[in-house]
Ligand binder design. Structure first.
Ligand code: GRF
Length: 202
C-alpha cells in the first residue's frame, strides 16, 4: 500500500510511520509527506529520508480550493491511503468523501472522550486515571470516525498536561504504525473496524 502523510508541524508521528516502513515486513510505503505549512519541521526530516514532499499554504484559499490542491498532489504521488499526523486543518466534506475508508487520523485521547484540542488537561481535570490515544477513520465530523485501535496510558500523580502529552506520544508512535499496517492489510472483514487493540503502555 502507498501512503501519503499529512502534517502541519513537528512530525513525530510521521517519523514513527516512516521508520516503521523501513522494516522489510512493513505492508505500506510512504510515497509523500505533504503539509499546509511550508515551515513544518517534519518536511525537512522527510526530505532527508528521501521521501517526496509537498507544501502548499492555505492562506487566501477556500478550504475546498486548498484541499483540491492537496488531493491532486496526493493522487500524483500514487497514494492509496492518507495518514493524518498532526494535520491542523479541518478538511472539507468533499475531500473526506474522496478518501472515505482510506484516511486515518491519530488523536491523543481515548475516543469518544475529548474530541478536539486540550485533551490532556481535560483528562486531568476529569480526574481520569488513564489517558491514551486512538487511531480512527476520518469522517466529516471532527474526531468522530470508527476507532481502529487504542492504547491506554496511565496518569500518574503529579502529571501536568505536558508530562502526560510526552507519555501519550510514546504510545502514539507505536500505535499509529501498528494500526496503519494492520488496516492496509485487512482481509475483507466487515467487522474488522470493531476490533479494538488495547495495549497498556505503562
Ligand atoms: C499528536 O499528539 C497527534 O495525536 C495530534 O497532533 C500531535 C501531532 O504531533 N493529532 P506530531 O506532529 O506527530 O509530533
Amino acid at each position: 500500500a502507498k501512503v501519503a502523510i499529512l502534517i502541519s508541524g513537528r512530525g513525530s508521528n510521521m517519523a514513527a510511520l516512516l521508520y516503521a516502513a523501513k522494516a522489510e515486513a512493513c505492508p505500506y510505503e510512504v510515497v509523500l509527506v505533504a503539509s499546509n505549512n511550508p515551515k513544518a519541521p517534519g518536511l525537512q526530516l522527510a526530505e532527508a529520508e528521501g521521501i517526496a514532499t509537498f507544501a502548499h499554504p492555505h492562506k487566501g484559499l477556500s478550504r475546498e480550493e486548498h484541499d483540491q490542491i492537496m488531493h491532486e498532489a496526493i493522487v500524483a504521488a500514487g497514494a492509496d491511503y492518507i495518514a493524518l499526523a498532526g494535520y491542523m486543518r479541518i478538511l472539507s466534506d468533499e475531500f473526506v468523501g474522496k478518501w472515505q475508508d482510506r484516511m486515518l487520523n491519530i488523536h491523543p485521547s481515548l475516543l469518544p472522550k475529548y474530541k478536539g484540542l486540550d485533551t490532556y488537561q481535560r483528562a486531568l481535570d476529569a480526574g481520569d486515571n488513564h489517558a491514551g490515544c486512538s487511531v480512527h477513520l476520518v469522517t466529516p465530523e471532527l474526531d468522530d470516525g470508527p476507532v481502529l485501535a487504542q492504547t491506554e496510558v496511565a496518569i500518574l500523580p503529579g502529571d501536568t498536561a505536558d508530562i502526560l502529552a510526552d507519555r501519550v506520544l510514546i504510545a502514539e508512535h507505536q500505535l499509529y504504525a501498528a494500526a496503519l499496517a494492520k488496516y492496509v492489510t485487512r482481509e475483507a472483514d466487515p467487522d474488522w473496524i470493531l476490533e479494538q487493540v488495547r495495549i497498556r503502555a505503562l
